[in-house]
Design a protein. Structure first.
Length: 315
């Protein structure tokens, strides 16, 4: 009787140990950027503001995120926006990939106009929307393609309108909207959203689409000091020199810069740096809960960003 009991205890311990080792190894590979990395596409309006440039550079220089493509996004809502804003974004994306010796990563042109249509919304056909569809089709049930939008959501919404079969295989992270978690009130009067209100509505109305939003009202708390950027990026390599030149050209004398897009990349790379809760989306959209970042640890994000610059000095 005693032997049977001891045997049962030993078997139970071995099972628990085996389960622990399995989970530990999965966590190890996830944390080290191994086979469990999620393939990621970043859709960004690189031609407008500095935070997009800093964000995609941060993502591309981290082995824990597998970026399989960059898509250029338009920013036509901006004052004095050029007719070819998506083309400008694409050229900047291409330059960054070149400086990082990552020209093997596709650099796709996104739509140059917001969605349009009277009775029904018509998608904007583009290389970017096609790329999203091609990389989602054929994924197994439960397998996800992560889409990070750092600007308007035109290309993502267009891909969904063109082929709705991809919805269950998308995991979307969006930099945009405003949200007050205490009043539980949404506000779409925000730059990224207003660049294509119809596109944002398409995404919020799409059932079963996984959405995580970093509202501007949260991400705007991440601030970079211009003097610190210059100090920490000087003589670090070509990509950092390029960001410094962009800083001088675009900072317009501002000594403090808001880095909304960097905040989203840092929150994805380091979930412990942010708090996520579920809330119902805007009342005019489909009644369902979506994931919303409500808080970020700005000091941790800053330290991690500068650590990454040091680790990638020489690019």
């Amino acid at each position: 009787m005693l032997k049977r009991l001891l045997r049962a205890i030993i078997i139970a311990i071995l099972i628990v140990f085996a389960a622990y080792m399995l989970v530990s190894n999965i966590a190890f590979f996830q944390g080290s950027g191994g086979a469990y990395r999620i393939k990621t596409i970043i859709d960004v309006d690189s031609g407008h503001g500095l935070d997009g440039l800093f964000a995609i550079t941060r993502a591309l220089t981290d082995r824990n995120i597998e970026v399989i493509g960059l898509i250029s996004e338009h920013w036509n809502f901006a004052k004095n926006a050029p007719d070819s804003s998506a083309k400008i974004s694409q050229e900047i994306n291409e330059k960054i990939l070149d400086l990082l010796n990552m020209k093997h990563i596709p650099d796709l042109r996104g739509a140059n106009n917001m969605l349009h249509g009277n009775e029904s919304i018509v998608p904007e056909l583009s290389e970017g929307a096609k790329f999203i569809i091609e990389n989602t089709q054929g994924l197994a049930s439960g397998e996800k393609l992560r889409i990070i939008t750092l600007g308007a959501t035109t290309n993502l919404a267009s891909a969904i309108l063109i082929d709705s079969s991809i919805i269950n295989n998308l995991d979307c992270y969006i930099s945009g909207l405003k949200y007050d978690p205490y009043r539980k009130a949404w506000n779409k009067n925000e730059f990224n959203t207003r660049n294509d209100l119809d596109a944002m509505d398409i995404i919020l109305n799409t059932k079963n689409l996984e959405i995580t939003v970093l509202p501007i009202t949260v991400s705007e708390k991440l601030k970079f000091q211009k003097s610190e950027i210059i100090e920490k990026m000087t003589n670090k390599g070509n990509i950092w020199d390029y960001l410094l030149k962009s800083l001088e050209a675009d900072s317009a004398g501002n000594q403090v810069l808001t880095m909304n897009d960097v905040a989203l990349i840092e929150a994805i790379l380091h979930p412990k740096y942010a708090t996520i809760r579920e809330f119902y989306g805007p009342p005019e959209n489909t009644h369902r809960k979506i994931r919303v970042y409500t808080r970020i640890k700005t000091e941790s994000m800053l330290k991690d960003f500068w650590k990454n610059v040091e680790e990638n000095a020489g690019y």
